[in-house]
Design a protein around this ligand. Structure first.
Ligand SMILES: [Zn+2]
Length: 468
């Protein structure tokens, strides 16, 4: 399996640190608002990477944090007159809802920065002891020039950074020994959440969070560290400087970064009015469509989001789901289990589509080509499966289709549509059961409706219902 490593700028053969295991860390969002579709891209891309490793039989330890202490969170809390904790908890819950809609597998662990402060303080202490950090008036800085490999990931050299950095010097930063030094710990301002430390009552810098959480949940060395390409510099560069200086080991073997997402060929921004949250997209499309759209391009390429491309993704996905649905329908009526000679030959031919799917995924997770292989399988299904096909044949094709779409995180079972009249009839039946004190039946009907996405609410005016 080949992975493009941002560090070497080359595709490299994947060799795990520990046989059969993958330790993977993906930088998660700062939770001060609903996530936008730019946040969704790394979530979908790296979930698919994880799913492919799992398909190949690897045991994947997948850690992705939530940054729940940050200037933006504090600002939002002040605007609403609530605590920072309330804001971050609310948006973590909302983010998880969106992730579920996009069929993102829950991480092995989602550490929260605020619950890991003790470990961060320990790491900062180690960096001070080793001479990589120093304290000035309650702030702790990282001594960037002391780390000889600084710039190795972003391929920047220190002197270029220095000349650019000088102009960036802002008030209060002149206490640094060098403009390139960055913050590990900062004292609190009035009204900010803060923790005790040997240097001041304050909070950690953003970069140290990931270094500590990655170490705590995955160990000092990991296989893959991933995120959006906007994180390469300075975030990931700083993580490397911190982790490698503190632990004395290479931090991550492979660095993976997804490309930018543009909207109608322009950078997404609130000021341009082309900013979309995942929630907004979910009002118009099933989030499966968003997922399918994101995977239709290679993860390292810039991706352009437009209404036309979303419509194309929607109809592409529909073709796949329809083929699966058709197989299910044929299965319901199929007679014999045993395959004919011709069917056996056909299954051998169909295996080639799994072959090209895997070949595409092995080549730095080329999901665009992998999807093309799924479409080839769909075409094959549509031309070879019919009312005279055996159960064995139809089952084998369905299983093959499900296996491949599972890797992409695409759900092929269509959600059952239920008509308003049927809902009303079931509600009436439930009311009758309740009147007769047959609560078992009443509960069963409630659960049955819930499974179909119908939520019942018992109010004083009677039973109300809504679609989830
Ligand atoms: Zn990070």
């Amino acid at each position: 399996m080949k992975i493009y490593n941002t560090m070497s700028k080359k595709k490299e053969e994947f060799v795990p640190l520990e046989e059969g295991k993958v330790k993977m860390y993906v930088c998660g969002p700062t939770v001060y608002n609903l996530i936008h579709i730019g946040n969704a891209r790394p979530m979908i891309v790296f979930d698919t990477v994880r799913r492919y490793f799992e398909y190949k039989g690897y045991d994947v330890n997948f850690v992705s944090n939530f940054t729940d202490v940050d200037d933006k969170i504090i600002k939002k809390a002040n605007e609403e007159g609530v605590s920072a904790d309330e804001i971050s908890k609310r948006y973590i819950a909302e983010c998880k809802k969106d992730m579920e809609g996009m069929n993102i597998e829950p991480a092995t662990k989602n550490p929260l920065a605020t619950e890991e402060i003790g470990g961060m303080i320990e790491m900062i202490k180690t960096l001070i002891d080793k001479g990589y950090a120093y304290e000035k008036n309650g702030t702790v800085y990282y001594r960037t020039r002391k780390f000889k490999d600084y710039g190795k990931l972003s391929h920047k050299n220190l002197d270029d950074l220095q000349s650019g950095g000088r102009t960036l010097l802002v008030t209060g930063e002149d206490e640094k020994e060098d403009p390139l030094d960055f913050v590990l710990w900062k004292p609190k301002k009035e009204g900010e959440p803060a923790w005790q430390s040997p240097w001041s009552e304050g909070r950690p810098g953003w970069h140290i969070e990931c270094s500590e959480m990655s170490k705590k949940y995955l160990g000092e060395q990991i296989d893959i560290h991933a995120g959006g390409e906007d994180l390469i510099f300075p975030h990931h560069e700083n993580e490397i400087a911190q982790s490698e200086a503190a632990n004395g080991k290479e931090f991550a073997k492979y660095w993976m970064h997804n490309g930018f997402l543009n909207i109608d060929n322009r950078k997404m921004s609130k000021s341009l009015g082309n900013f979309f949250t995942v929630r907004e997209i979910s009002e118009k499309y099933d989030l499966q469509v968003l997922r399918f759209f994101m995977l239709s391009a290679h993860y390292r390429s810039p991706l352009n989001f437009s209404a036309e491309l979303m419509e194309a993704a929607k109809s592409g996905l529909e073709r796949i789901v329809t083929a699966a649905e058709n197989l299910k329908f044929l299965l319901g009526n199929a007679g014999t289990d045993s395959l004919t000679e011709e069917e056996k030959e056909n299954l051998e031919k169909a295996a080639a589509f799994t072959g090209s799917f895997e070949k595409a995924m092995e080549d730095d997770f080329n999901t665009a080509d992998a999807i093309a292989a799924v479409f080839d399988l769909v075409k094959f299904i549509n031309t070879t499966a019919g009312s005279d096909s055996s159960k064995g044949y139809l089952n084998a094709l369905y299983a093959q289709m499900k296996k491949l779409t599972d890797v992409l995180g695409i759900i092929i079972e269509r959600k059952e549509e239920i008509l308003d009249a049927d809902i009303e009839a079931l509600i009436e039946e439930r009311q009758a059961a309740r009147k007769a004190k047959d609560f078992a039946t009443a509960d069963r009907i409630r659960d049955e409706l819930l499974e179909k996405g119908i939520i019942l609410e018992d109010t004083r005016e009677g039973v109300k219902w809504k679609r989830a």
